[in-house]
Write a protein of this length. Structure first.
Length: 178
């Protein structure tokens, strides 16, 4: 998830503030909800991006829509509107989540497999691959890919562990041809 430099700065400022207040889990969950609302509600995004809607109206809409969230989350959203950074709201949420995961020793991982993984398989993969990358655990997203033929392919950051049958066949082909 590559956000803008601006999103990283806002996320870091919010992260430092809520970490002092010991509200990391609460704020992370609320930002996840904010991000989901923006993802699902195209009308909200359109209104916030419209130059015809005044800044005060945008702030009133956000205040009404997110009245139940923590004051730090709401103030961040309002600040982004004040600075004409409405497009960065989801990027700020993503960057905040990355900072929170880094603090907890959690890394995001994409695991490609030919079928959905069971909970036990997810847990086992999380434990074994977390050790390899020096983290406490992995936040796994399972992606079903029938092109693998069998096995799994794990992507953690910029590292790829390819234990798929397709990957082994490709390596064997390169060896035989080279």
């Amino acid at each position: 998830m590559m956000g803008s430099i601006v999103a990283k700065r806002y996320a870091l400022a919010l992260f430092q503030l809520v970490q002092e207040q010991q509200l990391l889990d609460t704020v992370e969950e609320e930002l996840r909800v904010v991000k989901e609302v923006f993802f699902v509600n195209e009308d909200l995004r359109a209104v916030l991006q419209s130059p015809k809607v005044s800044r005060e109206k945008k702030k009133a809409i956000l205040t009404n829509a997110f009245s139940s969230v923590n004051k730090y989350v709401l103030n961040t959203l309002l600040l982004l509107v004040d600075r004409h950074r409405e497009n960065d709201i989801t990027d700020v949420a993503n960057e905040f989540s990355e900072l929170a995961n880094e603090e907890r020793g959690i890394e995001a991982a994409d695991i490609y497999s030919v079928r959905p993984l069971t909970d036990d398989e997810r847990t086992g993969l999380s434990v074994s691959f977390a050790e390899k990358v020096g983290k406490k655990s992995l936040q796994i997203e399972n992606i079903v890919d029938s092109n693998l033929l069998g096995g799994i392919k794990v992507r953690i950051g910029n590292r790829i562990f390819d234990g798929s049958l397709r990957g082994k066949l490709d390596r064997l082909e390169r060896t035989l041809l080279g």
